[in-house]
Ligand binder design. Sequence first.
Ligand code: BG6
Length: 366
Amino acid sequence: EKDGYEHYMLKEIYEQPRALRNTMTGRIDEAGQQIVFPDLQLSTETVKGIEKIYIVACGTAYHAGMIGKHVIESLAQIPVEIDVASEFRYRRPLFKGKTLTIVVSQSGETADTLAALREAKRNGSSILAITNVVGSSIAREANHLITTNAGPEIAVASTKAYTSQLIAFYLLGLYLAQEKETLPSEERKSLIAALQKLPEQVETVLAHAEGIHTFAQSIKDEGHLFFIGRGLDYAVSQEGSLKLKEISYIHSEAYAAGELKHGTLALIQEGTRVIALSTQAELHEKMVSNITEVKARGANVLGIALEDNVELHRSVDDVCLIPSTDALLTPILSVIPLQLIAYYTSVALGNDVDRPRNLAKSVTVE
Ligand code: BG6
């Protein structure tokens, strides 16, 4: 059932192109011009009335939500607040006006997320669930449903569910923008075309991943590592850092690159390993200067960058290249090497990759 792969996690990493295609299937019209969401019962009038969106989730699903916030705000111009479910539940959020609460959960059974859903519902918010399990509690209790069609995910560390959740957010962001008319149709069309190219580009990233074994070997005995990035790259850094912690048990911290100099830079010493993400053209220059800051203190830097970003290549020790795409879509490609780094580091350490210590695939206690 592992199809010849040594672990479920590796199988699921390689299943991503198919999972992404399946999550897009039936949700884009044949001409590639419009998002059609036959399963989503959100009328144009309802969409136009939404004043605020909350996103609540746990773990990896929360990290997908961080990207979702960015996507929805920039495409549909609706303000979005995001919380981890266990915080949202007890902080008494202000439900004023028409709100939509988006709950994201692979399993659809996470107790903290379900409790947050119920709390939002009690406060009169409409609920949209993004989940991978159709008959789950979260799917049943929500008013609106977007299923991610990633197929069953067995490994505790989530991979294909995460990238499929990102696809769900891109489709949703485009759909909201289309109904609200906040995005010129030409831009929507070109974003849809870029979206449809992603599965193939993920295949390209997977086919050129040989160097990652060696990199994993080189970090397996480290005590701690840093992931740095700005904007969407910061959100992906958080996911990369979580993956590494979950299955290799190496401590790492994801830091907004611009915030380093306000404290954490003190922890960078000779030989400190840093993984720097730089996929956003408008932030390249700033990232290069952050990389220079850590290099000046002796850090050894792996850059994750777009293939055409030559300036960045020159400023790092090693580089892992990803194909060019629309700036909003890079997380789907940049997270792949981070998943593989976590995987191969865990393997190099002889850990139980699919069932890491102290963690469960689905946590049904609050
Ligand atoms: C955690 C899992 O406990 O639950 C994580 O170990 C997962 O991998 C998180 O991201 C949320 O799970 P779900 O099913 O709600 O997406």
